[in-house]
Each structure stands twice: as C-alpha cells, then as structure tokens.
Design a protein around this ligand. Structure first.
Ligand code: FES
Ligand code: FES
Length: 161
C-alpha cells in the first residue's frame, strides 16, 4: 500500500507492507531524517520521533499508521527554538553527548522544558532514560535540562520586554 504523510514539514509518500515497522521505513526510504532503527524492540530509543505531537518509538509503530500523520524527526526538532535551548543548556552544563543519542536526547529534553522547572530530578531522569546512553552520567543530564530551562526562560523574558 502507499501511504502519504508529512515528514519534517514536507509532503512525502512511500510504499509499505502491512508488517513494516515505521522505523525501518523511515531509515531506508528517508535517510536524511536520520531516524535510527537499532534494537527494533522498544529498548534503545534510537527511533524516537514526534508523531502528531506525541513522542513515539517508531519501531513499535506499524508503518501504515503514519498515513496522514505529521512526523518530526529528532534532527529537525534540534533546529527548533526548544531544541536550540536544550543544546545550549547541555553545553552550559558541560554535557558532552555523542552522535549515538544526542538528537533523541534533545527531543526528550525539549519536550520536558515546560514542566522541568517544577519537575523533580527523578522525573527528568525517568524521561531521559527513554534513550539508552553509554557515555553520560544521568546527573549531568539533569543539570543540562535545568540549564536549558533557564536559558529558555531568559530568552522569553528578553523577548517580552
Ligand atoms: S529501535 Fe526503536 S527502541 Fe530501539
Ligand atoms: S552520549 Fe553517547 S550514547 Fe549517549
């Protein structure tokens, strides 16, 4: 079957089989979006993306479900205001993430920004653990998210003046 959907703001279409996983289809048909497909079992978080505004693990979604959906890849999200605030927050906190999980981390952290000012460290950690990470101390990620919250608040304050 052929499905049409929006990927990072562009109308796209591709042929899929009923058994295809969304992560595999995106990885093979739309490599520029850089959606990963690693464990294919909902564990590693490499296939995280936004689908109609909701965070989903694309390896757990049948590809045909994307029909008519709006998908935002972590790579595109990193270019949004929230994504840039998170990158700046990570840098300020000295969080050095590698290419393996950086885009997915930025996406998760960006979605957390609204609640992070009032969120506990445990809540932030729980959200961040959606992605398996081999390099960064969890406590550093919490500091990175908190720094991003401050940076975003400062930007909004300057904008409102
Ligand atoms: S590929 Fe989807 S969680 Fe690992
Ligand atoms: S920063 Fe390297 S795996 Fe997460």
């Amino acid at each position: 079957m052929t499905i049409d959907f929006i990927l990072d703001g562009a109308d796209v279409s591709c042929r899929v089989r009923a058994t295809d996983r969304l992560s595999d289809v995106l990885a093979s048909e739309f490599p520029k979006a850089s959606v990963g497909s690693d464990c294919r079992a909902g564990r590693c978080g490499r296939c995280l993306l936004l689908m109609d505004g909701k965070l989903v693990l694309a390896c757990m979604v049948p590809a045909f479900r994307a029909r008519g959906a709006e998908i935002v890849s972590p790579k595109a999200y990193a270019l949004t205001e929230e994504g840039e605030a998170v990158a700046a927050g990570f840098e300020k906190a000295g969080v050095a993430t590698c290419a393996f999980c950086t885009p997915q981390r930025i996406l998760i952290a960006g979605l957390l920004l609204e609640e992070a000012a009032g969120a506990t460290d445990a809540r932030i950690l729980e959200a961040m653990q959606t992605v398996q990470c081999r390099c960064v101390e969890p406590s550093a990620l919490v500091q990175g998210v908190r720094a991003a919250v401050e940076i975003r608040a400062a930007r909004n304050w300057h904008r409102a003046r």
